[in-house]
Each structure stands twice: as structure tokens, then as C-alpha cells.
Design a protein around this ligand. Structure first.
Ligand code: GAR
Length: 222
């Protein structure tokens, strides 16, 4: 029973470390998927070089401000139509897609957000966690809906916030967990374990009512 590889398009705006983590696992055969396109809204995104080094076709659709969103999304849609991905993966993509763009691809866009959603939607999550004095923090992989950072969550990673943590140290520890949980979710999709049916995610044949929690409060080994 071999399934055809899941075709993936990844949207980035910056470093692309999540994109690279996913692409490497595909290349190693640990996920039955193939990254067919990496698309950036920023020509200078470092992740573009990483993608090219991994042999992935790259595209740039420059963001021209909110007024240019319709043209941006038209250009994006043309690239996506050619790449024909089964899933669109937002990986540090810092633009907000329109409700129409998202609705026409319901259940086919994933995002990773650096907080334990629904806490801290939006920007500067690490700073806000420190300011609030939270004891734990993490990342969430969720399906994208029209509500910003509000779609159904599939997996969350949880880390401990320790005395002396800074935005940088939190960001590094959260990202290390992102590189584990995002490929895992894509692997589930590729294997057909995770599906989108009746406007909601299903895992292993059951509606996913609660996110799967991955606890990284013990230090990561590597
Ligand atoms: C990641 O930590 C991701 O969670 C965050 O940007 C970083 C991108 O890193 N995404 C958001 O803040 C989305 N609102 P990367 O480019 O190295 O993957």
C-alpha cells in the first residue's frame, strides 16, 4: 500500500529553518512528501538560498503593502496552480492571507506560530511571555482559517520558561521544538493519518478536539 508522495509548497519570509527541517526530512525519506516549491514575499529571505542549496525551486512574490494584496495573491495563486501542492505550509511567512484566499483552500494550509495558542496571537510572542511572567511557552501547528492564528490546532510543543530566559533564548528553544513538531504533522498528512473533513481536522479516524501536546519541558538532548 504505497501512497504517492504529498506535494508541498512552503511559504517563507525569512530564515527558513522550519522549511529546511521539513525539506531535509522529506529528502531523507522520513516523510512521504516532496517540497516542490519555496515561495518568499521577501527577495532577500535567507531561506531562499537554503532552499536552492537543497535543490528546491524557489519563487519570489514581492509584498507591495496591504493595497497590493490582490495582485500578490494572484501571483501566488499562479505559482501554486503550477506546483499543485496537496498542502501549503506557512513557515515563518509573515503576511496575512485574505479570507477569500484561505477559504478557497480550506484544510490545505498549515501554519506554525511561536506560542501556545490561543495565547499570544500576532507578533512578539516571546517578549509577551516574558512580560507576563509565564512559566511555560511553546509553539502551535494549526490549520489556517480566516481568523488570524485562530484555526484548529493539531500539535503544540511545550517548554519551560526559566529564570534568566531572554527573547533570544526562548526563540531558540521554541524553534528547536518547531523543527520536530512541524515535520511530524506533515508526516501524518502524508500518511493519511491527519485529514481535513467536515471543516475540521481528524487524526487516526477521530475528530481532533484537543491539540496533541508534545512536552519538551525536560531539556532537549540535541
Ligand atoms: C518561527 O519561529 C515561526 O514560529 C515564526 O517565525 C519563525 C520563523 O523561523 N512564525 C511566526 O511568527 C508567524 N506568525 P524560520 O524562518 O527559521 O522557520
Amino acid at each position: 500500500m504505497s501512497r504517492p508522495p504529498l506535494q508541498i509548497a512552503i511559504l517563507i519570509s525569512g530564515r527558513g529553518s522550519n522549511m529546511a527541517a521539513i525539506a531535509r526530512r522529506c529528502r531523507e525519506g522520513r516523510i512521504n512528501a516532496r517540497v516542490g516549491a519555496v515561495i518568499s514575499d521577501r527577495p532577500g529571505a535567507a531561506g531562499l538560498d537554503t532552499a536552492r542549496a537543497l535543490g528546491i525551486a524557489t519563487h519570489v512574490v514581492p509584498w507591495q503593502g496591504p493595497a497590493g494584496r490582490p495582485a500578490f495573491e494572484q501571483a501566488l495563486a499562479r505559482i501554486l496552480a503550477a506546483a499543485n501542492p496537496g498542502i501549503i505550509v506557512l513557515a515563518g511567512f509573515m503576511r496575512i492571507l485574505s479570507p477569500q484566499f484561505v477559504a478557497s483552500r480550506a484544510g490545505r494550509i498549515l501554519n506554525i506560530h511561536p506560542s501556545l495558542l490561543p495565547r499570544y496571537r500576532g507578533l512578539h510572542t516571546h517578549r509577551r511571555v516574558l512580560e507576563a511572567g509565564d512559566r511555560e511557552h511553546g509553539a502551535s501547528v494549526h490549520f489556517v482559517t480566516a481568523e488570524l492564528d485562530g484555526g484548529p490546532i493539531v500539535v503544540q510543543s511545550r517548554i519551560a520558561v526559566t529564570a534568566g530566559d531572554t527573547e533570544e533564548s526562548l526563540s531558540a528553544r521554541v524553534q528547536a521544538t518547531e523543527h520536530i513538531i512541524y515535520p511530524r504533522v506533515i508526516g501524518w498528512l502524508a500518511d493519511g493519518r491527519l485529514q481535513w473533513r467536515q471543516d475540521r481536522p481528524w487524526l487516526d479516524g477521530r475528530p481532533l478536539d484537543e491539540p496533541v501536546l508534545e512536552d519538551f519541558r525536560e531539556p532537549l538532548q540535541s
